[in-house]
Design a protein around this ligand. Structure first.
Ligand code: IMP
Length: 195
């Protein structure tokens, strides 16, 4: 098995990406698996900049190949907000619930549908080479919370063509349509070719 560290402590992301790499020759190890509490400051203004920073920071510690992602929600009526600031939209140490409530509050004076998309930039870094891929998932923000699976904005995000929010889908279903699945499936294909 080829060991690859996934530079995240987000359990939701980690479960999704491990599921995508099942039945491959890659063993995905998260920061939580390593007991590593490194806080990586996301101070770049692009998804790619932040994803590369996460991968480089963790590569420098362990010197084995790393994958990382930076992702977020882009809402049309809010000119692309919360975007790269999705994780801490409602402030430092906020919960997912705080972010969702702030988003619905910001949207309260706009008419529905609130068109939105998730974006994900995934990167691989082995000390020499970066491989970078992207994925997106189009949909809309709904005003009531539905479902308890997933994480983040999942309970208020209805993907195009679905009558369930992302929080009403199992991991295997979310992995058929999500921004993260698209980005990491592309990355997986490139890694299978490389190794
Ligand atoms: P980051 O990639 O660590 O900066 O965090 C991205 C943030 O975007 C998360 O904390 C969530 O708030 C949001 N986000 C990214 N992907 C998803 C998803 O698949 N579902 C729901 N929220 C997401």
């Amino acid at each position: 098995m080829n060991k690859i560290i996934f530079a995240t402590s987000n359990e939701g992301k980690s479960k999704e990406v491990k599921h995508l790499f099942e039945k491959t020759d890659f063993a995905i190890i998260s920061l939580n698996d390593l007991g590593d509490k490194t806080e990586i400051i996301e101070d770049k203004n692009t998804f790619e900049g932040n994803a590369k920073k996460k991968a480089e920071t963790i590569y420098d510690v362990y010197k084995i190949p790393v994958i990382a992602d930076d992702s977020g929600l882009v809402v049309e009526q809010l000119d692309g907000k919360p975007g790269v600031h999705s994780a801490r939209y409602a402030g430092e140490n906020c919960t997912y619930d705080d972010n969702n409530k702030k988003l619905l509050d910001e949207l309260k004076d706009y008419s529905q549908p609130h068109k939105a998309k998730f974006h994900c930039t995934a990167v691989y870094y082995d000390g020499k080479e970066f491989i970078i891929t992207e994925g997106k998932c189009e949909g809309e923000i709904i005003r009531i919370f539905r479902g308890t699976k997933g994480f983040g904005y999942d309970p208020i995000f209805l993907p195009v063509g679905y009558d369930k929010t992302l929080a009403e889908l199992d991991i295997s279903e979310k992995n058929k349509l999500s921004h993260r699945a698209e980005a990491f499936n592309k990355l997986k294909k490139k890694l299978v070719e490389k190794y």
